[in-house]
Design a protein around this ligand. Structure first.
Ligand SMILES: [Zn+2]
Length: 274
């Protein structure tokens, strides 16, 4: 199964905010999203990264404008989701499935570009989004204006999937395609309902751990940041156990990939030849 990740945008953050004992210098973070080619489900997106819908669209509400002004992400034109799909000869209508790992803006920004896609996401977290008012959702980092109006009708919740155990060092998870190829593993801490994706069948098993941390170094060198990173976490107490699970996975030969880590990985799209 072909697995590709692209970088939708760059965001800068002071290292000390995302790495314990880090410096004041700023780190240029990626904002990845994935594209996998599943033998039965076809091309499947993993989130959408940032797109203009979250960052430059004139129709954005006041809070989304403020969010963009504070974080100042810079869109990476060549690796935006539409041009990347074109590179593979695909249009948005060819994408039948988008896996939505959690509901933060840099993961759901482009959902409205896809009119016929089903969404695989945490239905429990979606129920909580619906139960909250707009202001409460903002406190959870959720901008509901980025979701298509018929999101729920197209939602295929994790709870409808078979639960499987793939490895001893990773908790079980939802078998997204019923063949054990992609397993959604809970990653509590960062955001309500966040899950990662375990590709257990690869020569070197891969766990896409999304936003469990910003930097891989925080895992490999045991340097997960404290305050104020814990302040913006959904469940600060869960971050350390989740990070410890990822460390165990690394220690037994697994590969962990994060959404924002700046270092290129073997799954990142090669720059297009000029
Ligand atoms: Zn996030």
């Amino acid at each position: 199964m072909k697995i590709v990740f692209a970088n939708s945008a760059w965001v800068s953050a002071a290292e000390r905010l995302i790495l314990r004992g880090g410096g004041w210098q700023s780190v240029r973070l990626r904002v990845r999203y994935g594209l996998i080619f599943h033998p039965a489900a076809g091309p499947v997106l993993i989130d959408t990264g940032y797109t203009p819908e979250a960052l430059s669209d004139d129709r954005r509400g006041r809070m989304l404008r403020l969010y963009g002004a504070l974080l100042k992400p810079q869109l990476n034109a060549e690796e935006q989701v539409l041009p990347v799909l074109r590179r593979f000869g695909l249009s948005p209508d060819d994408i039948r499935t988008i896996i939505v790992t959690h509901f933060h803006a840099d993961h759901v920004s482009g959902l409205s570009l896809f009119r016929n896609t089903r969404f695989i996401a945490s239905d429990a977290a979606w129920a909580r989004v619906k139960a909250r008012g707009p202001r409460q959702n903002l406190r959870h980092g959720v901008f509901t204006e980025l979701f298509p109006a018929d999101f729920e009708a197209r939602l295929e919740g994790l709870s409808s999937k078979q639960w499987v155990e793939a490895r001893e060092d990773v908790p079980g998870g939802a078998d997204l395609f019923g063949d054990g190829s992609v397993i959604a593993v809970d990653l509590p801490g960062h955001a309500d309902g966040q899950f990662g994706l375990l590709f257990a069948g690869l020569d070197r098993p891969l766990l896409y751990a999304v936003d469990a941390q910003w930097l891989l170094t925080a895992l490999t060198e045991n340097r997960t940041p404290g305050f104020p990173a814990t302040l913006i976490a959904e469940d600060a107490a869960a971050i350390e156990p989740t990070s410890a699970m990822l460390r165990r996975f690394l220690a037994t030969g697994g590969e962990v990939m994060l959404c924002h880590d700046p270092a290129p990985t073997s799954y990142d799209l090669a720059p297009e030849a000029a």
